[in-house]
Ligand binder design. Structure first.
Ligand code: NDP
Length: 479
């Protein structure tokens, strides 16, 4: 199947007529072609966005809100088709796409459809000076949204929905390895009556199409989710052009388990926080620290539970772990098992590629548990972004806090404890944008989302996103 760019409300071929292959992770086979777009396609998309901006930005907010709600409704009406497309394109279990990815994509539109009707700005009466100061918040213009492959439609819409809700027009690029649901979103937008040019979707490589979006002088805002290295390259281009920039980048998140936690709940959730989506979630707790007194018990129980996870065909109902997204990524993740062994880590479970019957060329790998001797090793410091976690014991709060903060990343952290004092101490002192206590991945879309250190710059989510996608202007009115 050949997918097309969605520009100015129409599906179009790339101007160069160049195409890229799209492989299915579960079979390793070519199953489609996508536009290999370049700066000419991006120019067209930006032009369409500029032309649409005047009407869209001035449209009554309630009308904009209705169109976004309609997109959310249509996504849910077509949930089966979208979930299947996501599972085939990404390799993730169909059940996960059906219960998490697609509902959340719909929620992104529904949430911001509502949020924009509640979005206000501050005003101050300057008593004694005889003036009122108030702030206008206007949409900025053309926004560039670039997203990764791990949660394709979920993260794509996480940016697009607030950007267009706030009255901007968007040029967006999904990851070249998972373009399918972004393509299908174009059809939904047409059906929902989104005016042409408000959303433009350009497919292709980061180096060409992505780079052209970031470099384009008329694109005033960039919202990017992806790797830290790519984020740095984007910042280098965007900074001298004074673009507004939001970067949601990599993570190497600690999962800290104290002996006083609710053990069963912790154990169940830790399996999820380790291996959901094949461990390819920026929020996965890939460094597990366990209090010494329960370490041996945890080790035993964790290995037992993980050994029961079914790695298999993403389209089968009982599959827990599907295929990794690409051959290149599988090779990278597997290489960390070798690095770990050289570093003296012990493979407690997994570590190998798996051949699944009838899917022998698929990119499948066992969930892998590495017992490390020290926190200061490559597998504990670098983001692997696959089904690999490390575990190690700790004795004191000070020791584990230091280890938790000893990485370049600061996206999220999970703490398991019933001790209030400790909860307050850790949630204050851990260097992360999000701290979960006795849970994981419980999201409320009103909350600020983002990371510190090399995990990113800026916050999206809730009103933070609407603030990011608007420009404040203060007006001082003397009376
Ligand atoms: P990449 O950084 O490789 O790619 C992300 C997107 O950027 C893709 O669409 C990619 O296109 C594009 N891109 C690549 N190079 C450039 C460039 N020079 N200019 C503009 N765009 C470019 O990340 P991955 O897709 O590999 O995703 C995995 C990463 O994303 C992990 O590090 C993960 O932690 C992070 N992530 C962060 C999240 C967060 O919220 N903080 C959430 C989810 C993931 P192409 O596909 O063609 O390379």
């Amino acid at each position: 199947m050949k997918i097309k760019n969605y520009i100015n409300g129409e599906f179009v071929n790339p101007i160069s007529n160049n195409w890229l292959p799209n492989f299915q992770p579960a079979t390793g086979e070519l199953y489609g072609e996508i536009p290999n777009s370049n700066e000419k396609d991006v120019d067209l998309a930006v032009e369409a966005a500029i032309n649409a901006f005047d009407n869209w930005s001035k449209m009554d907010v309630s009308e904009r809100s209705k169109i976004l709600t309609k997109i959310a409704d249509l996504l849910l009406e077509n949930i089966d088709a979208f979930a299947k497309a996501e599972a085939i394109d990404n390799g993730k279990p169909l059940a996960l796409a059906r219960t998490i990815d697609i509902p959340r994509a719909a929620d992104n539109f529904r949430f911001f459809a509502h949020a924009i009707t509640q979005f206000g700005s501050e005003s101050y009466e300057s008593i004694g000076k005889g003036a009122i100061n108030y702030t206008l918040r206007h949409p900025i213009g053309v926004v560039g949204c670039i997203s990764p492959w791990n949660l394709p439609l979920y993260l794509f819409t996480w940016k697009i929905a607030p950007a267009i809700a706030a009255g901007n027009c968007v040029v967006a690029k999904p990851s070249e390895v998972t373009p399918m649901t972004a393509f299908l979103l174009g059809e939904i937008c047409i059906k929902a009556g989104l005016p042409k040019g408000v959303l433009n979707i350009v497919h292709g490589l980061g180096q060409s199409a992505g780079n052209a979006i970031v470099s384009h002088d008329k694109v005033k805002v960039i919202s990017f989710t992806g790797g830290t290295k790519t984020g740095a390259a984007i910042a280098k281009i965007a900074a001298p052009k004074f673009k507004k920039l939001s970067l949601e980048l990599g993570g190497k998140n600690p999962n800290i388990i104290f002996a006083d936690c609710d053990y069963e709940q912790m154990l169940k959730t830790t399996v999820l926080s380790s291996f959901s989506n094949q461990g390819q979630i920026c929020l996965c707790g890939s460094r597990i620290f366990v209090e010494e007194t329960i370490y041996e018990k945890f080790k035993h129980d964790f290995v037992q539970l993980v050994s029961k996870l079914k790695v298999g065909n993403p389209l089968e109902k009982d599959t827990n772990i599907g295929a990794l997204v690409s051959k290149q990524h599988l090779d990278k993740v597997l290489s960390y098992v070798e690095i770990a062994k050289k570093e003296g880590a012990k493979v407690l479970f997994g570590g190998k590629q798996i051949k699944i019957k009838d899917l022998e060329n698929g990119y499948f790998m066992q969930p892998t548990i590495l017992e490390v001797k020290t926190d200061n090793c490559q597998v504990n410091q670098e983001e692997i972004f696959g089904p690999i976690v490390t575990i190690m014991p700790f004795k004191t709060e000070e020791e584990v806090l230091k280890m938790a903060n000893s990485v370049r990343y600061g996206l999220s952290a999970t703490i398991w404890t019933n001790n209030l004092k400790r909860t307050l101490k850790f949630s204050t002192e851990i260097e992360a944008g999000i701290v979960w206590v006795n849970t994981w991945m419980l999201r409320d879309l009103r909350t600020p989302f983002g990371g510190v250190k090399d995990s990113g710059v800026g916050r999206e989510g809730g009103f933070e996103a609407l603030r990011f996608f608007t420009e404040p202007k203060n007006v001082c009115l003397k009376y």
